[in-house]
Design a protein around this ligand. Structure first.
Ligand SMILES: O=C(O)CCC(=O)C(=O)O
Ligand SMILES: [Fe+2]
Length: 216
């Protein structure tokens, strides 16, 4: 009966709405491929690597001579190591950095495959340690880089997005879980800003960046 159909539709909408509210953002992305639910060009893959690989990568990163990030009061607490290229904030220039270590080769190949990119596309790596209470402020990555991938290690974070719509911010958040990979391309990379609020447990990340043609 039409009245029942209406009620059934209403019930389904309510169920969908509560699923939307309760599920993690990750599940929302999978369940609702509507562009309104998240920035276009954002992809997320849970469990991209195994726990064994995660442990190996964390142990490699903790052996690196990580340095406090040299930019801005809020961001100074992150500790980082760059490979391939690094952005020099004082000179406002891209500079060559140490070559990408070979222990990263297999994971880079997997990331390139995930992004449907030819081998050798990833040319910049940033290993970051966020101690408890450390995050990263709102920003877009430097325009010299094109696609950005991020592997989360040891702890999850709330990976937030915002973009200006009139005089308001449209917002979105992704629960980036340990061992997951996100990819920012298109609007999620070039239009939306992203940030991570202070983490509750120590988190490591490896970000992988391709270069814009003019950045070479
Ligand atoms: O830690 C991350 O996953 C992302 C960090 C970030 O946004 C950046 O280094 O530009
Ligand atoms: Fe970033």
């Amino acid at each position: 009966m039409p009245a029942n159909d209406g009620r059934e539709r209403f019930r389904k909408r309510n169920v969908l709405q509560s699923v939307r509210n309760e599920c993690s953002t990750v599940t929302q992305l999978a369940l609702f491929p509507n562009p309104r639910t998240g920035p276009a060009g954002l992809r997320y893959q849970p469990e991209f690597i195994s726990q064994t690989t995660e442990r190996e990568l964390v142990s490699r990163i903790s052996e690196l001579p990580l340095q406090p990030f040299q930019f801005g009061a809020f961001e100074g607490k992150r500790r980082v190591a760059s490979f391939g290229f690094r952005y020099d904030y004082e000179q406002r220039k891209l500079r060559e950095a140490d070559p990408i270590p070979t222990w990263l080769t297999p994971i880079i190949a997997a990331v390139e495959k995930f992004g449907d990119l030819p081998g050798g596309s990833v040319r910049q790596i940033l290993c970051t340690e966020y101690d408890v209470g450390v995050g990263i402020g709102w920003h877009r990555d430097k325009p010299h880089f094109d696609k950005v991938f991020g592997l989360s290690l040891e702890a999850s974070c709330r990976f937030r997005f915002r973009r200006a719509v009139g005089d308001k911010w449209e917002r979105f958040a992704l629960a980036a879980e340990p061992r997951s990979l996100y990819m920012m391309s298109g609007e999620s990379r070039h239009v939306w800003e992203h940030s991570i609020p202070a983490v509750e447990q120590r988190r490591y990340s490896i970000t992988f960046r391709t270069m814009k043609a003019e950045g070479r």
